[in-house]
Design a protein around this ligand. Structure first.
Ligand SMILES: [Zn+2]
Length: 268
């Protein structure tokens, strides 16, 4: 499932694939993937989606990509496309299952948005509206902003996944960052102060950089949930295996409905 590193990879890849090129045609294979505003609901499809995307991308060169948390804003002069990947979305130059939107370039393979679950999408906007939507209801970015102070007694793993507190972490990278920091996923958020807060900030950053380096080795993005995908993570889906740090058994618990793999031996 795409989290900050996968979204970041997507943005950098789209920018690289389109550098020096122009979009010459927009193909909408599923109108539900073009949204009139920022929403995960396929029923909120844009009534005139193809024309709205064409009004953004045709006739002006692709500009810089902006990112906040798990959202991307692809700028085209005074207009932009807000891109969100949802749970299963990906942009690719390869053949993909469930293609939804395709941007044809004047040179090279087209850029295709595939999204089996339809929770992601493309939102054509004026640039100022796009910049507002990029950060709307989100906390600071998990990679580029300082980790905020935490309050309340909710488990820190749950709080790290709350996009209004810190934007970009999901189930996998939140759990792995906590392991790197030696902090139990069940620790109350308000207990993460001083040296523990410093350790968590370092753990989050190290985890996101680790994931970025893994992704940079590949020409196309792979999600760890993909059939046949490698699992390069020390804890994820490794219940019962020895912890790489203390050799104690990794356990799987469920927090707020999501599986968490962690090590009770070295996470406190
Ligand atoms: Zn351990």
């Amino acid at each position: 499932m795409p989290e900050l590193p996968e979204v970041d990879w997507c943005g950098r890849s789209l920018a690289r694939w389109s550098a020096g090129r122009r979009v010459v045609a927009v193909e909408v294979l599923d109108p539900r993937s073009i949204r009139a505003h920022r929403t995960a609901r396929p029923t909120d499809g844009h009534p005139n989606g193809r024309a709205a995307v064409e009004a953004v991308v045709l006739g002006r060169p692709p500009g810089p990509m902006e990112r906040h948390g798990k959202r991307l804003l692809w700028t085209f002069g005074a207009r932009a496309l807000l891109l969100h990947l949802g749970m299963t979305g990906r942009w690719t130059r390869a053949a993909t299952s469930f293609p939804k939107v395709r941007l044809h370039l004047d040179d090279g393979p087209p850029l295709t948005f595939g999204d089996p679950r339809l929770l992601g999408g493309v939102v054509p906007l004026e640039l100022a509206d796009g910049r507002a939507a990029l950060r709307d209801e989100l906390g600071p970015d998990a990679l580029t902003d300082p980790l905020p102070p935490f309050r309340g007694r909710r488990p820190i793993k749950v709080v790290l996944m709350d996009q209004a507190v810190v934007a970009g972490l999901g189930n996998l990278h939140a759990a792995e960052a906590l392991w790197r920091a030696g902090i139990a996923p069940t620790a109350p958020a308000e207990s993460i102060v001083g040296a523990r807060h410093t350790a968590l900030a370092a753990g989050v950053h190290a985890q996101l950089e680790f994931a970025r380096r893994l992704l940079d080795a590949d020409e196309e993005v792979a999600y760890v949930e993909d059939a046949g995908a490698a699992n390069p993570f020390p804890l994820y889906r490794r219940g019962g295996e020895p912890c790489p740090r203390c050799a104690g058994p990794i356990v799987r618990d469920v927090h707020a409905g999501r599986s968490t793999w962690w090590c009770p031996g070295c996470q406190t």
